[in-house]
Design a protein around this ligand. Structure first.
Ligand code: CIR
Length: 259
């Protein structure tokens, strides 16, 4: 089967302040910034091995979470939609992304009082699924996203429970197949698509990055890995423990583009 494809990946470096990144309440252990830098390097290498050309943004120490670049922009075909991050400490992260992408494509922006994190946006074909999480509100989906994207796109809000973002609980693998952690989102939103379940004990594997024939995923998720490989896809395990301590998964450190 075919995964989504891309030519380029936007990535942003790990700031020296990464140990102060926002963290889910119950996450144990402290963040090791040196280890995060190494893990980020391996992540970038893996993206390059999948044929992606990296567009690299410098880290900005004023924004401890800036390596989670996925949350700052959603790219729909050739339109860059700057988000309005739900966490006040992250709002300044979009400016550098706007400068870089503004040279490549038209840019629009979600405006307050709407809030939207890119981690809540899952695009499948012409449908934009938007997670209603603690970071993303209904104003973003119904009033703004739908207006900006126009009639060519269908915007579908999806309630999210107990995880940070919609994509913390699901991944689009391609060819109408979605990997899904059922108890966190209502999978009926994906009616018409084939849903592959992530076992509850492997919840951390619900967020994978499927691109250019490969699926980047966390280690120690053997059952999920077997289910993905049964589809004929190649899996690539990557340790991103320091990013997971800050609530991130495999998609959160990049934005895949087709230029
Ligand atoms: C945050 O709480 O905003 C960051 N510490 C983690 C963001 C992870 N983003 C993502 O998975 N898209």
């Amino acid at each position: 089967m075919r995964t989504p494809s891309g030519t380029h990946a936007l990535v942003r470096g790990v700031p020296r302040t990464f140990h102060r990144a926002l963290r889910p309440a119950e996450t144990p252990g402290s963040i090791d910034v040196g280890r995060a830098v190494e893990q980020h390097r391996s992540y970038c290498d893996a993206l390059e091995r999948l044929g992606l050309i990296l567009l690299r943004l410098e880290a900005d120490d004023r924004y401890p979470d800036c390596a989670f670049v996925e949350d700052t922009v959603v790219v729909l075909d050739q339109l860059a939609l700057l988000t309005a991050p739900g966490a006040p400490s992250r709002r300044g992260e979009t400016a550098a992304v706007e400068r870089l992408l503004g040279d490549l494509m038209p840019v629009r922006a979600i405006q307050a009082p709407a809030t939207l994190d890119g981690g809540d946006v899952l695009v499948i074909g012409d449908t934009v699924f938007v997670g209603l999480s603690t970071r993303t509100n209904l104003a973003a989906t119904t009033q703004q996203l739908a207006t900006i994207t126009g009639p060519a796109w269908r915007v579908v809000p999806v309630p999210v429970h107990g995880v940070l973002h919609l994509k913390s609980a699901c991944t689009y693998l391609g060819d109408d197949v979605v990997l899904c952690l059922r108890n966190r989102i209502d999978a009926s939103a994906f009616g018409g698509l084939r849903v592959i379940e992530v076992p509850a004990e492997e919840a951390h594997a619900a967020n994978c990055l499927a691109v250019n024939g490969g699926v980047l995923m966390p280690p120690s998720a053997h059952r999920t890995r077997a289910r993905i490989e049964r589809l004929g896809l190649e899996t690539i395990e990557l340790e991103m423990s320091e990013f997971a301590r800050a609530g991130g998964g495999l998609t959160c450190c990049s934005v895949i583009l087709r230029l």
